[in-house]
Design a protein around this ligand. Structure first.
Ligand SMILES: Cc1cc2nc3c(=O)[nH]c(=O)nc-3n(C[C@H](O)[C@H](O)[C@H](O)COP(=O)(O)OP(=O)(O)OC[C@H]3O[C@@H](n4cnc5c(N)ncnc54)[C@H](O)[C@@H]3O)c2cc1C
Length: 466
């Protein structure tokens, strides 16, 4: 058996693995990047980018349909499904090609194609090659799960197959109202597909705040039906699927396609983790420290979706950088600072959560975007922001569903990372008329509740007209 020796072996050439390899190499380690396909990252091929391309087409269609609100009269919208899907794939392939270019830049002897399995804590077997490493990083990502109810049906899609559709489906049941399910549901719905969403729970887009969830739900339900807290049965009928559901709502109908978006469990099953002796949690994921990405005190590190901690791209990249550096310096492992939790769902309105969920003594401030100036100008006046702060007014978290919510969420995440109080943020200039101004009423409510004085003569925040 061929034997390769290196300082740091990285399993998985996705966003996390590429970031880990770069970081370990820069820290002076001899690296080996292992991947079974080297086919491009999940983000570029079947994740962030194709889903945003589909949403962009949907936004264009929605813009035309909504134009009459502004007195702009169009003679109807024709959606050419094949052209929509062609563009999604064409641009998706460009994004994939970009990620492949960055893999090409890595020296040939620092890459190995094959499926890795652990033999012990410092040894891997990769399709017949033995790899001995001082430290190993697991960055193997995640794969969509398909519940038994939907297994064996012809027309079941996941995020790994949906972007390969040559044309738009005529009807679509989306199973799962998380970020992935809702983004694709709204995209297809705006492209003229008859969509209904089903979920056994009651949360939408991973939000925990009931007020923000209700606001998001009301906005989305203008366009498609959402059934939460329902149990679903599915059976094939020719090439279609008949869904029956019961719970909060009851019904039965036929769909041409079913998109399953019920979660993406980590790719750990086939790694033979038993051979490592690592301590596993209740979900069989190695116990790790999110400030070092180290598993226990071992020479094994984790990064990206595989650790199931924060399955979004910037976290995969940040975790990769931390894991790469920690692995290169092992056993001298130092903690790194992590930013606040921060996740965005690109529906319209955009929803996001940042930082910590509220506790009993959290101070809450709220801004309603139904009457917000800029939102009214753009005919996008729906949604809600709820900001959370501690007793000193320091921002600790937020949930929102608003127009331009991705931009507001960035502003809030950066403010929280800097440890800012509501008053400090309120003291910053807010250009008029912007969506950002809408945050002012929530910030003022926190200042009032924490009895912090603030100058009020610049108060034009959420007033509809000034
Ligand atoms: C539809 C969808 C939309 C998304 N939208 C967004 C978004 O808008 N914004 C955002 O921030 N995030 C988004 N995400 C999440 C984001 O895509 C992921 O967080 C990120 O891609 C995870 O990267 P990763 O490196 O952990 O995994 P991956 O990119 O999946 O990389 C894992 C790699 O490991 C390889 N591998 C696995 N097992 C082995 C093995 N045993 N041996 C060798 N190789 C192996 C795989 O082939 C793969 O190449 C989205 C995800 C999906 C599915």
């Amino acid at each position: 058996m061929t034997n390769i020796e290196c300082d740091v072996a990285i399993i998985g050439a996705g966003t996390a693995g590429l970031s880990a390899e770069r970081s370990a190499r820069r820290a002076g380690a001899k690296t080996l990047l292992i991947d079974d396909k080297f086919a491009g990252t999940t983000c570029a091929s079947v994740g962030c980018m194709p889903s945003k391309l589909l949403l962009a087409a949907a936004k264009a269609a929605h813009g035309v349909r909504s134009a009459s609100e502004f007195g702009v009269v169009t003679s109807g919208v024709v959606i050419e499904g094949k052209q929509v899907m062609d563009r999604v794939r064409r641009l998706r392939d460009e994004f994939v090609a970009d990620t492949l270019k960055s893999i090409d830049k890595i020296r040939g002897d620092s890459k190995l194609r094959g499926f890795a399995r652990f033999r012990d804590a410092t040894t891997l077997e990769v399709d017949g090659t033995k790899v001995s490493a001082k430290a190993i990083i697991i960055a193997t990502g995640s794969t969509p799960s398909v519940p038994d109810t939907f297994k064996g049906l012809d027309n079941v899609l996941t995020n790994e197959t949906v972007f390969e559709l040559l044309d738009l489906p005529s009807s679509l049941a989306v199973i799962g109202a998380g970020p992935l399910g809702l983004e694709l549901a709204q995209a297809f719905s705006r492209l003229g597909v008859d969509v209904e969403v089903f979920d056994e729970g009651k949360r939408l887009a991973g939000l925990k705040d009931g007020h923000v969830t209700a606001s998001l739900r009301a906005a989305l339900e203008r366009e498609m039906q959402i059934h939460t807290e329902v149990e679903i049965q599915a059976e094939a009928e020719g090439k279609t699927t008949v869904l029956s559901w019961s719970g909060q709502t009851n019904g039965k109908r036929t769909f041409s396609h079913v998109l399953v978006a019920t979660g993406r469990p980590p790719n750990l099953k086939h790694l033979d983790l038993k051979a490592t002796g690592l301590e596993l949690d209740d979900h069989d994921i190695p116990v790790f420290d999110r400030t070092t990405m180290q598993c226990g005190r071992s020479s094994i590190f984790m990064a990206g979706d595989v650790d199931s901690d924060a399955p979004v791209l910037h976290e995969a990249s940040a975790e990769g950088a931390i894991a790469g550096y920690s692995a290169a310096k092992f056993p001298l492992v130092k903690p790194s600072k992590r930013g606040p939790a921060f996740a965005v769902t690109f529906t319209d309105p955009v929803s996001a959560f940042i930082g910590k969920a509220p506790s009993d003594d959290t101070v809450v401030g709220q801004s309603d975007y139904a009457d917000q100036g800029r939102a009214k100008v753009e005919a996008k006046n729906v949604g809600l922001v709820r900001l959370y702060a501690d007793g000193s007014g320091r921002l600790t978290g937020a949930e929102l569903a608003t127009p331009a919510g991705d931009h507001l969420a960035h502003l809030l995440a950066w403010a929280m990372e800097d440890g800012q109080t509501a008053m400090q943020l309120l003291d910053r200039p807010f250009y008029h008329p912007t969506y950002e101004e809408g945050l002012r009423s929530a910030l003022r409510e926190i200042c009032d509740a924490t009895e912090l004085a603030f100058g009020d003569d610049r108060d034009m925040g959420s007033a509809p007209g000034v």
